[in-house]
Design a protein around this ligand. Structure first.
Ligand SMILES: Cc1cc2nc3c(=O)[nH]c(=O)nc-3n(C[C@H](O)[C@H](O)[C@H](O)COP(=O)(O)OP(=O)(O)OC[C@H]3O[C@@H](n4cnc5c(N)ncnc54)[C@H](O)[C@@H]3O)c2cc1C
Length: 494
């Protein structure tokens, strides 16, 4: 009883301090808001104590200081579209939402860079750059909603990252509010900053090192010519083999996306993109560059598809048809709601040459657990998205989904793959980390984390499994236990 009262008092004091710093409207503690911010777009649900919506760097600093004073963990959050539970809070956490910091601060085409606040939506940035002849290349399929801060924190990918590279290649610098409230600039406007690449450490750190409050992004010129093609196949094997053949031909298209029949049917019903719903699988391939380069690449791509028995070749005739083809792909995850009310999505990466083997294995796992498995993915870089559709209200279903998921992850890792291509590790996959990393690797990662956040206050229990400890690194390197413990900052458990 006493404990409960003192916790409630501490939360009330924290709320009061936040309301003083941010204004009452920027602090939420009603049950509905707490429930809404208790999860992201993944399956995992948590709970939080308070939600803050800062509008400036100073207010973000105030949030982390109040959290530190009152013993609250801090969970940074953008738009909440994450698919790994990265923004899902656990326990007595303060969720710091950056969506109100949504201004493009400056665009400098002559320097090929722009400074943006973290809450700017990905598509809004691309739209702001387009009239100037530029774009921001990473284009997650969630780009209408997801924030640049969230993209940086997850090192987001997207259909066009095959040729242009994922987020890390497009971030020159970040301003970071550290867990103690200090503001640091990591990286610089110059492309090659000297010293350790701490900017690189923050990209993909999933909110565990601090809160990103400004991002300097690299601008990519819009290509002079683009061609979008759609190929359909009678077998998944031919479709997947075409992907390897395209890359082997020396062409690196701007995008290569594969969708199997289940996804095609769902996406077609939603987007009416003219997808062939009787095909076993389809490929969307986009090539860009100068007119001559586009011609040559398109010929090579079509030859690879025909060599693997593609049934038809559709080339978008204009921008409207191109947009329609992409609309079907980019709305695929939403469209699967027609199959079942819930889905669980993976994003393991496998070597392209293992695509057929892993896809077949994934379907087998689905059959054994009586689950509908469909796939839509960035095939060019082997970034699989097996999607399990289900209704969690049916008793026992969630357990089957979780068991099937574990088998899918193991299958991908055994095929030489990685745990995540773009969604991150978050809460969902942190217990799988030992499948991919040894104890020494995990402890080394814990040391990086402890260097930024010695008290383990920033997004705790994410990314690293329980027990990954900075001191273990020293021990693995030969130091004795006492020496290793002495090297540890107080409370450096992650
Ligand atoms: C329909 C759909 C399609 C998707 N397609 C893709 C895709 O093609 N490619 C892809 O990579 N992802 C995709 N995603 C996943 C998701 O959109 C990305 O991971 C995105 O980058 C998350 O951005 P967000 O603003 O929603 O971040 P959130 O979900 O709010 O947070 C994600 C992580 O970033 C951290 N974070 C957020 N903001 C900050 C900040 N300012 N400072 C520090 N840490 C922060 C959070 O703590 C959390 O760990 C998709 C999701 C959906 C629902």
């Amino acid at each position: 009883m006493e404990v409960t009262r003192s916790r409630a008092d501490a939360l009330a004091r924290a709320r009061e301090a936040l309301e003083t710093a941010l204004g009452p409207a920027q602090v939420l503690s009603d049950p509905l808001s707490l429930a809404l911010y208790a999860r992201d777009a993944s399956m995992v649900e948590g709970g939080c104590a308070l939600v803050a919506l800062p509008r400036s760097v100073e207010e973000v600093g105030a949030c982390v200081r109040v959290a530190a004073e009152h013993g609250l963990a801090v969970v940074p959050r953008g738009s909440g579209t994450g698919l790994a539970g990265g923004a899902t809070p656990i326990g007595d956490a303060l969720v710091v939402v950056t969506t109100k910091m949504d201004r493009v601060l400056e665009i400098r085409p002559e320097d090929r860079l722009a400074w943006v606040q973290p809450g700017v939506r990905n598509l809004d940035l691309a739209n702001a750059l387009a009239p100037l002849g530029f774009t921001y290349a990473p284009d997650p399929s969630s780009q209408q909603t997801c924030s640049i801060g969230g993209n940086v924190a997850t090192n987001a990918g997207g259909p066009h990252c095959l040729a242009y590279g994922v987020t890390s290649n497009h971030v020159l610098a970040v301003d970071l509010v550290l867990p103690d409230g200090r503001l640091e600039r990591l990286g610089s406007e110059a492309p090659e900053a000297p010293g350790y690449d701490l900017r690189g450490a923050v990209v993909g750190s999933e909110g565990t090192l601090g809160i990103v409050v400004a991002v300097c992004v690299r601008l990519t010129p819009l290509p002079p010519d683009v061609r979008t093609m759609l190929f359909d196949f009678e077998t998944v094997e031919d479709c997947a083999a075409t992907v390897s053949a395209i890359i082997a031909s020396g062409v690196v298209p701007a995008a290569v996306e594969m969708m199997d029949r289940g996804i095609v049917v769902a996406a077609e019903r939603f987007a009416h993109a003219g997808y062939p719903t009787d095909a076993a699988a389809i490929l969307i391939v986009e090539v860009d560059g100068t007119r001559g380069a586009v011609e040559a690449q398109a010929r090579a791509v079509e030859a690879a598809a025909r060599a693997h028995r593609c049934r038809t070749v559709r080339v978008a005739r204009d921008e409207a048809e191109r947009a329609l083809i992409w609309k079907g792909r980019k709305s695929a995850f939403g469209a699967v709601a027609q199959i079942a009310p819930h889905y669980h999505l993976h994003d393991c990466v496998v070597p392209r040459t293992k695509l057929v083997e892993v896809l077949t294995g994934t379907c087998g796992i689905g059959e054994r657990y009586a689950l509908v498995v469909t796939t839509v993915f960035h095939a060019g870089d082997g970034n699989l998205h097996p999607l399990l559709s289900f209704d969690r209200r049916i008793p026992g279903t969630l357990e089957r989904v979780l068991r099937a998921s574990e088998e899918i992850v193991r299958l991908c890792v055994e095929a030489g793959g990685a745990l995540s291509g773009e969604h991150g590790i978050g809460l969902e996959k942190r217990d799988f980390m030992p499948l991919a990393f040894g104890a020494e690797d995990l402890a080394a990662q814990a040391c990086v984390r402890a260097a930024f956040d010695p008290e383990g206050r920033m997004n705790p229990r994410k990314v690293l499994p329980d027990g990954a400890r900075c001191g273990d690194f020293a021990m693995a390197r030969g130091a004795d236990a006492a020496e290793a413990a002495a090297a540890l900052p107080e409370g450096a458990w992650i």
